[in-house]
Write a protein that binds this ligand. Structure first.
Ligand code: F6R
Length: 364
């Protein structure tokens, strides 16, 4: 079943351009140059607030969704991990949509949060991979991902498919709210259609990443930095590394470094910096250089322009194609996943079945 791959995780990383294309197919109408969601019993324009609730890797899609929805649709978004949402007695209102994200559709905390919202009369939607799951049956609006079965415990292809659906949702909401011109929507459809090809280009760096994995595998701690949508990507990088390689890793918003974490920096702590060129680039680079001045070994993941400007003094760079911010996380997820994968292989851990973890967390 793994074909010519050593692990399910590797197979699932490499499947991403195909399953993301499959997922996008049901959300893009290339002829009309529009994004389309399934029919729904309510008008998206009626929502003035969105709550997004999920666990783990799915919660990072929620965070990225917050940046997109607020930027494109100007609708305020709050994000919670499901275990916190349930017990903090959240303020629930009629003009609010509650959006749940889950690969399995069975995660106990997320399912309980969904039921809680339904009992309170809040409209619900779900970005869910398993169409027969409990959550898929409960939500008012099902936004399916078409990643296919994900076997590796570490989520990879479900994550990028969730991002693809989130991008379509944010675009649709922006149109419903009158914040998107037909030209802007056309541009977005064009960029989203290009995502699978850009993801293929990212996969082309597999061997370089395998080559640098040995250095990272020796570390006791690894830090990941990013700003804006790359902050949740940094969190995802750190989670992926810790869960499969058992190396302690943390993701930080770059601007937070000087508020504490920089104290951890020395030449034994690799720093993985996720920074496509763009308006936030210089700021992230200045945080990166502060760490370099303290001996940090930096791996910079950026595009040609970013690497040209800031690649000096790093131990390695990983060059991504230059892409629109709406597809950047789909592309940058790949080097982040490959790095965790190859470090785990270098350490000889059980990549597909990491210790203490289950694929579907059906207890609190
Ligand atoms: C990380 C991972 C977990 C899941 C989390 C939520 O690689 O797989 O953090 O993302 O348990 O699971 P779902 O999306 O099934 O609700």
């Amino acid at each position: 079943e793994k074909g010519n791959h050593a692990h399910f995780m590797q197979k699932e990383i490499f499947e991403q351009p195909i399953v993301v294309a499959q997922t996008l197919q049901s959300y893009l109408r290339p002829l009309e140059e529009q994004v389309a969601l399934p029919d729904m019993a309510f008008d998206l324009a009626g929502f003035d607030r969105i709550s997004i609730v999920a666990c783990g890797t799915s919660s990072y899609v929620a965070m990225i969704g917050k940046y997109w929805i607020e930027q494109f649709a100007r609708v305020p978004v709050e994000v919670d991990v499901a275990s916190e949402f349930r017990y903090r007695d959240p303020v629930l209102t009629e003009n609010q949509l509650a959006l749940f994200i889950s690969q399995s559709g069975e995660t106990a905390d997320t399912l309980a949060a969904l039921k809680h919202c339904k009992r309170a009369g809040v409209k619900t939607a779900g970005i869910i991979n398993v169409p027969t799951s409990s959550m898929a049956r409960e939500v008012d609006l099902l936004l399916s991902t078409h990643a296919g079965p994900e076997i590796g415990v570490a989520s990879t292809k479900a994550f990028t498919c969730q991002l693809a659906v989130m991008a379509a949702f944010a675009t649709n909401l922006a149109r419903a709210k009158g914040k998107l011109s037909p030209e802007e929507e056309r541009e977005i459809v064009r960029h989203l259609s290009e995502a699978p090809e850009a993801m293929n280009a990212a996969l082309g760096h597999d061997e370089d990443i395998a080559g640098m994995a040995g250095t990272i595998a020796e570390a006791r701690d690894v830090l990941y930095l990013g700003r804006g949508i790359d902050y949740p990507m940094a969190l995802e990088g750190a989670l992926k590394l810790k869960e499969i390689s058992y190396i302690h890793a943390e993701g930080y918003a770059s601007g937070e470094m000087k508020h504490g974490p920089i104290a951890l920096i020395d030449d034994a702590v690799p720093l993985i910096v996720i920074a496509p060129s763009g308006p936030l680039f210089e700021k992230t680079v200045s945080n990166m250089q502060e760490a370099q001045a303290r001996g940090a070994k930096v791996v910079l993941i950026s595009d040609a322009e970013g690497i040209g400007r800031a690649g000096q003094g790093t131990i390695a760079t990983i060059e991504m194609p230059k892409v629109h911010p709406l597809i950047a996380p789909l592309v940058y997820a790949i080097p982040v996943q490959l790095l965790a994968y190859h470090v785990a292989v270098a350490k000889g851990t059980d990549v597909d079945q990491p210790r203490n973890l289950a694929k579907s967390v059906t207890v609190e």
